[in-house]
Design a protein around this ligand. Structure first.
Ligand code: GDP
Length: 142
């Protein structure tokens, strides 16, 4: 299996609910390497750019408002099969449908405020990590 990158974002609800540590513990227990991690806040314009693919969706405005409503923690992750493994660990978009033991089942509060982001393809993993981190900021102790 190939080594892949994926972008985790601990969303504003995850930060507000004091789940940064819990989520990072689950990331490390699952064997992901953390290449970069920062506490930051994004403007509505930057949130809109990041979620540009959802521009036509009815929830776009709500999503942009939410993602710019407070601090977030982008985390650049790497491991074999990272895209699928991270999506399995975070669970379904809607926590009501998320499997037992997943991050969203444990920490998400609704379909919109669902604790974490995960990239949905190998290409998006690379691009989304680059959206938040310069290559020179990433640390690889593999
Ligand atoms: P993901 O890949 O599981 O994060 O889900 P999507 O790519 O379908 O949606 C991106 C993000 O938009 C989700 O993680 C939610 O934060 C948000 N979102 C998706 N569907 C809804 C919805 O019906 N209402 C609201 N408010 N937000 C939504």
């Amino acid at each position: 299996m190939a080594i892949e990158r994926t972008l985790c974002i601990i969303k504003p609800d995850g930060v507000r609910n004091q789940n940064i540590g819990n989520i990072v513990a689950m990331i490390q227990a699952a064997g992901f390497r953390i290449l970069g991690l920062k506490l930051t806040r994004i403007s509505p314009a930057v949130a809109g750019e990041f979620y540009g693919v959802h521009k036509e969706r009815p929830f776009y405005g709500e999503l942009v408002n939410f993602m710019s409503s407070g601090a977030i923690v982008p985390i650049a992750l790497e491991k074999e099969n990272a895209i699928a493994d991270w999506r399995a660990l975070i669970g379904s978009t809607d926590p009501a449908e998320a499997a037992e033991g997943t991050i969203r089942k444990k920490y998400a509060t609704s379909k919109g405020e669902n604790a974490v982001h995960g990239s949905d393809s190998v290409e998006n993993g690379i691009n989304e990590v680059a959206f938040f981190f310069a290559e020179s900021e990433l640390i690889n102790n593999a």
